[in-house]
Design a protein around this ligand. Sequence first.
Ligand code: FAD
Length: 335
Amino acid sequence: MTNLNIAVVGGGVVGYTVARLLQQELRNVNLTLIADLFGEDTTSCVAAGIFRPGPSFAGPNKQITKQWIDDSWYFFEDIVKSSEAAQAGVMRLSAYIFSKQNYHTTRNHLIEDIVPVYRPVEKDELKICGEGWKYGSYYETLKIECDKYLPWTEGIIKQNGAKIIQRKVDSLASLTEYDLVLNCTGMGAKYLCNDTDLVAIRGQVIKVRAPWLKYSVYGDYDTYVIPGFNGLATLGGVRQYDSYNMNVCKHDAAAIFERCCELVPSLKDAEIIGHRVGLRPHRVPVRLEPELVGGVKVVHCYGHGGYGVMCAPGTAITAVQIATEVLRTNFKSKM
Ligand SMILES: Cc1cc2nc3c(=O)[nH]c(=O)nc-3n(C[C@H](O)[C@H](O)[C@H](O)COP(=O)(O)OP(=O)(O)OC[C@H]3O[C@@H](n4cnc5c(N)ncnc54)[C@H](O)[C@@H]3O)c2cc1C
């Protein structure tokens, strides 16, 4: 029996996770991962990677959305319980979310039933971030740092025989040497698939050294402070719809720093390591479907918006199921 040649296009969290799960599911496969950008040049490495979905993350229906979130949670739970957690960049994280105006922003119906703790804050806790907070929740979640998770996953897929190629793909139809192509190109799919439903939501963050921070805090206006490995923390943020500017904006940076210092005053003493910009690939729903592109069998898996780090595994499981079905039926059955 000859091996199948499968390509995964995309070197972000979605591409690497799909590649790993494909190798687990299909044994007789020569897998090639192709991308023009890797590591810290991907959107995945801009993200803080907190496991906290928002209402703009959507599958084709509520049940599938919830399935993706739950499957992702259990995937990362398995890693965090293992001896490889730190190497893989997965950690447990305690988090507060406060609001001065809106009770509903402090709730999260998508994860309240799976995280170990999700509760309203006590009166005293409302004062943790100064005066005036009316509503708040405390919860325990996970955080995934892609600058560790991507190389860790690359190690696994390479060990299982995957080849990694750095190049830009100009058209999916040109990939005729592969029996199947998984399209995990994030924002790149806007151009590769001429997908006008895929829209950037620009984000900007500040990476600081603040080893004294022990929990994450969210406030109003997309203000957040998320500690991570090695005493580093991510301060955010902005959500600018349909904005494609990849340059650091000094006005955004100043506003983010001021808002975060209001929330956590000790940040005034934090050393600033750098400023990062990324474009969240927002699409409703996330695109997970097969397509025959100029004779090449393609399974699309992109459009995770601001939740691609946390939801990559759940969507990858579905992408692999679709891929298996495409190979089995050769596009002859209605999927
Ligand atoms: C500021 C900010 C904060 C965020 N915070 C969180 C968070 O806390 N939690 C969370 O879950 N998510 C968060 N996100 C969202 C998350 O980063 C994205 O959803 C996720 O990174 C998308 O992953 P991806 O693999 O689809 O895309 P990417 O990481 O962008 O990877 C795409 C890959 O495809 C390749 N590619 C594209 N086009 C081509 C082509 N034509 N040829 C070859 N290769 C190509 C690229 O080179 C790259 O390797 C945040 C995003 C931002 C910007």
